[in-house]
Ligand binder design. Structure first.
Ligand SMILES: *Cc1c(COP(=O)(O)O)cnc(C)c1O
Length: 392
C-alpha cells in the first residue's frame, strides 16, 4: 500500500498559500487504507482507534464507510456522540476506566467494555449494569515498536475465571481481546495469540460460557524511516487464514489506528536556522518535539525527511524551535546542504503526531489542510485518469 506523498510542485503550491509548518491530510488515502484492510480481512469489523488521529473529517469519513470506533475516555465518546455516532458503534477499550466516565459512556449508549483485572468488574457492574464485557489478555510480541502488554492484559490463564466472575456480577461476558503492540511487523504474534484465544474459547465453553466475539486489536504497520518495508497485506492475509481455520463462527473485531491514518498525512516544515556543532551540520526547523514530532517521544517513531534539493548529501541533525534542549527531532540523516527557508516534506505523519502535539513555548499547532479541498488535487486526479487510460 503506497503512502500519500505530495509532489514538489504540490508542496510549493500549498506553501504559497499557507505558512509552514502545515500538515496535509488526504482523506482519499484514509479511504484507500480502509478498503485495503477490508479486502484483506473481509470477516473483520473495523473499530477505528481514534486516539491515533481524532480529526473530525477522518472520523466522519470512516463512519460513512461503515467503521465503528475504539475509545478510551468519555471525552472521545462525547466527541463521537456529538457527531451523531451512536454508542452501539463504540467500544470502551481502556481496561482501567475513570468511574464517572463509565457512567457517561453508559448514558451515551456504549454497550461494550474491556477489562483485564477483577478490580474493574465491580466498577462496571455497578456503573454500567448488564454491559457486555471482553477480557483483554496479555500476549507476547518481540516485533512491535510499542509494547502495550507491559501495561495491559490479564495473564491468559486467568481469563476464563475473570469472565465467569464478571458473569456472576451481572455483566454479560462476550469475548476476548488482545493487542500485539503497535507497529507490529510480523504476523506470528497474531497467529500465536489466535491459537491462545481458541484454547480459551474452548475452556470457556467447558465452563458453560459461550463466547461470541474476538477482538484482535490494532498494530498493523506502516513504512518507517530506517526500517525495511513492512508487508501489511501479507500479514493480514495470514491472520485471515488463521481466523477462517480457528474461528469459523466467531464475530471478529479489530482496532486499527496507525494503519488507517498514518500514511495519509504529510508535514511540511521549514529550516529556520543552520549551525555547525562539533563538525556536524545542525538544522533548526519550525516544528519540533512539542508539536507534530511528539510521536518521536511518545510513539518511539522515526520520521522520514524528504528534501527536493539536489546536491551532495551529508549527515545532518534536526532540531525543533522550542527553548528546551530535549528538542532534537532526528540525528544523522543524510541530507543535501540546506539553507534557511528550505522546506522539508515529512511523509507518514498521520498517526500519534498532531494528536499528541502541544503549544508549549507558544508555538502554534501546525495548520491542518485537507488535500482534496485544494484545487491542486484536481491536477492529480487528471494525471491519474490519464495514466489509467494509458495503461488500459
Ligand atoms: C492504541 C490502541 C489501538 C490502536 O493501535 P495501532 O497500533 O495504532 O493500530 C487499538 N486498540 C487499543 C486498545 C489501543 O490502545
Amino acid at each position: 500500500m503506497e503512502s500519500f506523498r505530495l509532489t514538489q510542485k504540490e508542496m510549493n503550491h500549498l506553501a504559497s498559500k499557507y505558512p509552514t509548518p502545515f500538515v496535509v491530510i488526504s482523506l482519499a488515502q484514509v479511504e484507500r487504507n480502509y478498503e485495503f484492510l477490508k479486502s484483506h480481512l473481509p470477516r473483520v469489523n473495523v473499530y477505528y482507534a481514534m486516539k491515533a488521529n481524532p480529526s473530525p473529517r477522518i472520523i466522519n469519513l470512516l463512519a460513512r464507510l461503515g467503521a465503528s470506533f475504539d475509545t478510551a475516555s468519555s471525552g472521545e465518546i462525547e466527541t463521537l456522540s456529538r457527531m451523531g455516532i451512536p454508542g452501539s458503534r463504540m467500544i470502551y477499550a481502556n481496561p482501567v476506566k475513570i468511574p464517572r466516565s463509565i457512567v457517561a459512556a453508559h448514558s451515551m449508549g456504549v454497550k461494550r467494555y474491556t477489562f483485564d483485572d477483577a478490580s474493574e468488574i465491580g466498577k462496571l457492574a455497578s456503573l454500567a449494569p448488564g454491559a457486555e464485557v471482553m477480557v483483554r489478555i496479555r500476549v507476547k510480541n518481540q516485533k512491535a515498536l510499542v509494547d502495550l502488554n507491559a501495561k495491559f492484559g490479564a495473564p491468559p490463564e486467568d481469563a476464563v475465571q475473570l469472565l465467569l466472575e464478571a458473569k456472576r456480577a451481572g455483566l454479560n461476558p462476550v469475548g476476548i481481546c488482545f493487542h500485539v503492540g503497535s507497529q507490529s511487523t510480523a504476523a506470528e504474534a497474531y497467529e500465536e495469540a489466535l491459537l491462545l484465544v481458541r484454547r480459551l474459547f474452548n475452556d470457556a465453553e467447558k465452563e458453560g460460557m459461550h463466547l461470541t466475539t474476538m477482538d484482535i486489536g490494532g498494530g498493523f504497520p506502516i513504512p518507517k524511516a530506517g526500517s525495511s518495508m513492512p508487508d501489511a497485506g501479507g500479514m493480514m492475509d495470514a491472520i485471515e487464514r488463521q481466523i477462517e481455520r480457528l474461528f469459523p463462527d466467531t464475530e471478529i473485531w479489530c482496532e486499527p489506528g496507525r494503519f488507517l491514518c498514518g500514511t495519509a498525512v504529510n508535514l511540511v516544515t521549514s529550516v529556520i536556522g543552520t549551525k555547525v556543532r562539533n563538525g556536524r551540520q545542525w538544522y533548526w526547523l519550525d516544528e519540533g518535539l512539542y508539536g507534530t514530532f511528539s510521536g518521536a517521544i511518545y510513539d518511539h517513531w522515526t520520521f522520514d525527511f524528504v528534501s527536493f534539493k539536489k546536491g551532495i548529501k551529508q549527515l545532518a541533525t534536526f532540531l525543533g524551535p522550542s527553548c528546551d534542549s530535549i528538542d532534537f527531532v532526528r540525528y544523522d540523516v543524510m541530507m543535501p546542504k540546506l539553507e534557511i527557508g528550505d522546506m522539508l516534506l515529512v511523509p507518514e505523519c498521520g498517526s500519534y503526531t498532531t494528536a499528541s502535539a502541544t503549544t508549549f513555548n507558544g508555538f502554534a499547532f501546525a495548520t491542518q489542510i485537507y488535500f482534496e479541498d485544494e484545487a491542486i488535487s484536481e491536477e492529480r486526479n487528471v494525471r491519474n485518469e490519464l495514466s489509467d487510460v494509458a495503461s488500459a
